[in-house]
Design a protein around this ligand. Structure first.
Ligand SMILES: Cc1cc2nc3c(=O)[nH]c(=O)nc-3n(C[C@H](O)[C@H](O)[C@H](O)COP(=O)(O)OP(=O)(O)OC[C@H]3O[C@@H](n4cnc5c(N)ncnc54)[C@H](O)[C@@H]3O)c2cc1C
Length: 459
C-alpha cells in the first residue's frame, strides 16, 4: 500500500515539500494530500506591496502555481478551504474542517509536514473590527485593502503602523498610489533589523520621499466615525487616517503544533533538526515561517520568517521524504528591501546581536558611491561592517544607498557564510567598471577600513 503524506499549509514551504517529494516518488508509492485553509496555493505574499502600488497589475501574477496545476501536473490531492483543526499523533490522523461545506474530515497519515507559516502580531487595539484597517499577510488581505482604496469615498490619508520591512514597503506602495502617508514606529527609528545609525539613514531618506515618520510613538487605539476608521490614537495624540495598514511583525503559527505536543524551541517556533524532522516525533516534519533555524554566526536558534528560507526548507523536507538526503544548514540573516529609490541590505549580526552573543568586535562605517564619482547617476552608499576582534572575521554587514546598494549585500553574505576575515575580503576580485562601481568597490573600501580599525590605526 502507498505511504500517505499530509501537508498542512499550501504555500511556499508546504507545496515545495509536496512537489519535491512527488518528483522523487510516484503515486503508487506515495499519496500526497495538502490542506490549505485559504483560496490560494504557492502565492507570493512578498509581492503584495507591488500589487497594491499598481506595479504588478493582476493578483494572479502573484500565484506561482494554482491548485489545479498541483492536481494535474503533480498528482497532489489539494484540499482548498480546508482548515486543519487538530493533529492526533497517536492515531496518526489530522482533523480538518471544510470551511465552505462546513463539515469535518479525518485523514490518516504516515508522514506529516507542518507548514502553517506565521500569524501577524495583533495587539488588543487591533482586534476590534474597524472598517478601513488592514493586515497584508495574505492575498485576501491585499484584495480587501485594494477594494477599500478604490472604493468611494477614496481614502487620502494613510497610517502604516510598524516600521519593519513590510511597513516600509507598504508606505512606499501607498505613496505611489498618491496617498499622504504617516508611518508610526514605537522604536527610535524604522527598520530595526539594521543598527540605529543605519536606521537613521533610512528614516532620513524616507522623509525625503514625503512619508511622515513618527518614531518613539506607540499606538494605543483606533477612532472610528460613521463605521469607518477616522484616526489612529497614539501616545502622542491622534493621527487622522482613512486607511490603516498594520505591519507589526509576525510570530510562528504554532497553535496546532503545541496542542499536538510538538516541541517548541527557545524562539517560540517549532524545533527541527538539520533534515527538518521534528525531533522525537517520528514521521513529522516542519518547515517555513513556523520553525526556528540555526543562526550560523551566533550559533543560536532564531526565528527568521522569510520566503527564501521557507522555499529552501520545504525543498529539503521533500527531498528527504522522497528518499534522498538533504539538510538545511541554517541562516545568516540576509535580507534586502527598498523604499522608493532607497535600498537597504543586511546580513549577519547587528551590533546588539554580536554583543549578546559575547563577541568582541569593531564596527566601521564607510561612505562611498555606487558608481565611479564622475559617472552619471553616482549616488552615496554607506556600508557598515562588524568584525570580530582580534580575528577579523566578518560578523555582520549593512548597506544603505540608492541603486545597486541592496544586492551588494550578497557579496558580503557569501564572505560571511564562508567565515572570511575583513583582511581576506580586501583582496576580493569584485567586478569594476565606472557604471557599476568606483575602482575600489564600496565593499572593499569598508573591508579596508575594518582592517585599519582592527589594527587600531583607523586611517
Ligand atoms: C507583505 C509581505 C512581504 C514579504 N516580503 C518578503 C520578501 O521580500 N522576502 C522574503 O524572503 N520574504 C518576504 N515575506 C515573507 C514570506 O512571504 C514568508 O516568509 C513565506 O510566505 C513563508 O512561507 P510559509 O509557507 O512558511 O508560510 P505561509 O506563506 O504563511 O503559508 C502558510 C499557509 O498555511 C495555511 N495554514 C495555516 N494554518 C492552517 C491550517 N490549520 N490548516 C490549513 N492551512 C493552514 C495558511 O493559509 C497559509 O497559506 C513577505 C511577507 C509579507 C506578508
Amino acid at each position: 500500500m502507498a505511504e500517505r503524506m499530509i501537508v498542512v499549509g499550501g504555500d511556499a514551504a508546504g507545496m515545495s515539500a509536496a512537489s519535491q517529494a512527488r518528483r522523487r516518488r510516484d503515486r503508487t508509492d506515495l499519496e500526497i494530500a495538502a490542506f490549505e485553509r485559504g483560496h490560494f496555493t504557492s502565492y507570493s505574499a512578498c509581492g503584495i506591496p507591488y500589487w497594491i502600488s499598481g506595479l504588478v497589475p493582476e493578483r494572479d501574477q502573484l500565484v506561482a502555481r494554482a491548485p489545479e496545476a498541483f492536481r494535474d501536473d503533480f498528482d497532489i490531492d489539494v484540499r482548498m478551504r480546508h482548515e486543519v483543526t487538530a493533529i492526533d499523533l497517536d492515531r496518526r490522523e489530522v482533523v480538518a474542517r471544510d470551511l465552505d461545506g462546513d463539515r469535518e474530515v479525518r485523514v490518516g497519515f504516515d508522514t506529516l509536514v507542518y507548514a502553517t507559516g506565521a500569524r501577524p502580531v495583533q495587539p488588543e487595539w487591533a482586534r476590534d473590527d474597524v472598517a478601513g484597517v488592514f493586515g497584508v499577510q495574505t492575498l485576501d488581505d491585499g484584495a480587501a485593502l485594494l477594494d477599500w482604496l478604490e472604493r468611494e469615498p477614496r481614502p487620502r490619508h494613510a497610517v502604516v503602523v510598524g516600521g519593519g520591512y513590510v511597513g516600509v514597503e507598504m508606505a512606499e506602495a501607498l505613496v505611489q498610489r498618491g496617498l499622504s502617508v504617516q508611518l508610526v514606529e514605537q522604536a527610535a527609528q524604522p527598520m530595526s533589523t539594521v543598527d540605529p545609525d543605519m536606521g537613521e539613514l533610512v528614516a532620513e531618506a524616507m522623509r525625503g520621499t514625503g512619508i511622515g515618520i513618527r518614531t518613539g510613538m506607540k499606538v494605543t487605539g483606533l477612532d472610528e466615525r460613521d463605521g469607518r476608521i477616522a484616526a489612529v490614537v497614539t501616545t502622542e495624540g491622534p493621527i487622522p487616517a482613512d486607511v490603516v495598514v498594520l505591519g507589526l511583525g509576525v510570530r510562528p503559527n504554532t497553535a496546532l503544533a503545541e496542542a499536538a505536543g510538538l516541541p517548541l524551541g527557545p524562539s517560540g517556533a517549532i524545533r527541527v533538526d538539520r533534515r527538518m524532522r521534528v525531533p522525537g516525533v517520528p514521521g513529522v516534519w516542519a518547515a517555513g515561517d513556523c520553525v526556528e533555524s540555526l543562526h550560523r554566526v551566533s550559533g543560536m536558534p532564531v526565528h527568521v520568517p522569510l520566503g527564501t528560507h521557507a522555499n529552501k526548507q520545504g525543498r529539503v523536507v521533500g527531498i528527504n521524504i522522497g528518499g534522498g538526503y538533504a539538510t538545511f544548514p541554517g541562516v545568516i540573516g540576509t535580507a534586502v528591501t527598498k523604499v522608493c529609490d532607497l535600498e537597504v541590505g543586511r546580513t549577519g549580526l547587528r551590533e546588539q546581536d554580536a554583543a549578546k552573543a559575547g563577541f568582541e568586535f569593531v564596527t566601521v562605517l564607510a561612505e562611498s558611491t555606487n558608481r565611479a564619482g564622475y559617472y552619471p547617476g553616482a549616488e552615496k552608499m554607506t556600508v557598515k561592517l562588524i568584525a570580530e576582534r582580534p580575528s577579523g572575521r566578518l560578523l555582520g554587514a549593512q548597506i544603505v544607498g540608492r541603486s545597486e546598494a541592496a544586492k551588494r549585500i550578497d557579496a558580503l553574505a557569501v564572505a560571511l557564510w564562508n567565515g572570511m576575515t575583513v583582511d581576506e575580503m580586501t583582496a576580493l576580485d569584485l567586478g569594476y567598471a565606472p557604471p557599476y562601481a568606483p575602482v575600489w568597490d564600496p565593499v572593499l573600501i569598508a573591508a579596508r577600513k575594518a582592517v585599519d580599525a582592527l589594527a587600531g590605526t583607523g586611517r
